[in-house]
Design a protein around this ligand. Sequence first.
Ligand code: NAD
Length: 295
Amino acid sequence: MSLPKIAWIGLGIMGSPMSENLIKAGYQVTGFTLEREKLDRLAAAGGTAAASIAEAVRDADVVITMVPASPQVEAIAYGPDGILENARQGALLIDMSSITPQTSVDLAKAAEDKGIRVLDAPVSGGEAGAIEAVLSIMVGGEQADFEQAEPIFEALGKTIVLCGPHGSGQTVKAANQLIVAVNIQACAEAVVFLEKSGVDLAAALDVLNGGLAGSTVLTRKKDNFLNRDFKPGFRIDLHHKDMGIVTDAARNVGAALPVGAVVAQLVASLRAQGDGGLDHSALLRAVERLSGAQV
Ligand code: NAD
């Protein structure tokens, strides 16, 4: 049986390595994104660069989208030049962007009218997880569509779970972003505390990571903290968007997130000070400012 033809929209920090992993797994991938150099990168990896969304999705069995946020998902999905108007009936649309659960629910409804099936399938694991194909993929939608998409997910990630109906993947991703932000904030506070105490920071973070304080966040971000290297990675701008999603979704169901709300404010403050383009490990800069340390 031949592999489904893939259209990939959004070849950024995540979309580029993820689409390349599908090419390595033998899939035919046609891509579209806004930056010329990312299209050249796809072509160099063995994919096909398209000139528009319509051209990318026309012959595709599966359309995968990986763009920043809800407004971009709506821009690429709807309208005469969008995916729903131009993909063929029976195609499967997998949105892997992190967006509001409601946008995913609305998209699934709109697509159903066009005979297009939808899964929301946001990911966790960062740029490194995308490159290494070890992402966690949290999926919302129908069981049968999930089963059809599973071989594709297996080329991109390691932990792949159907969480429930449309929007459920996004709800779980929102919880993921809450946990990651609070974890980074705790690590950043520990770093400033340890440095001000005169302890060898590298040694301290190593031993901390071997105990109950250890985490994937600490493993992946330790060098960012040690070297003050805040090249993204995952931009503060995107985490600000995600803290908005989780805060809003939690309010809708009556869940209190007191610590999450504080960290959301710290992320917003960092962004307001011009650090939105830095990696989210730059939460360290906010703690340093609060502590009167050099940044
Ligand atoms: P990015 O900004 O690096 O890439 C986004 C891509 O979307 C760009 O290449 C851009 O050209 C494309 N795009 C935007 N509007 C478009 C349009 N109208 N038509 C075609 N292409 C369009 O972002 P990223 O870091 O790759 O993140 C993508 C999504 O994945 C976000 O929702 C983010 O929250 C989520 N995510 C990111 C990470 C990470 O570590 N970077 C980890 C997990 C999840």
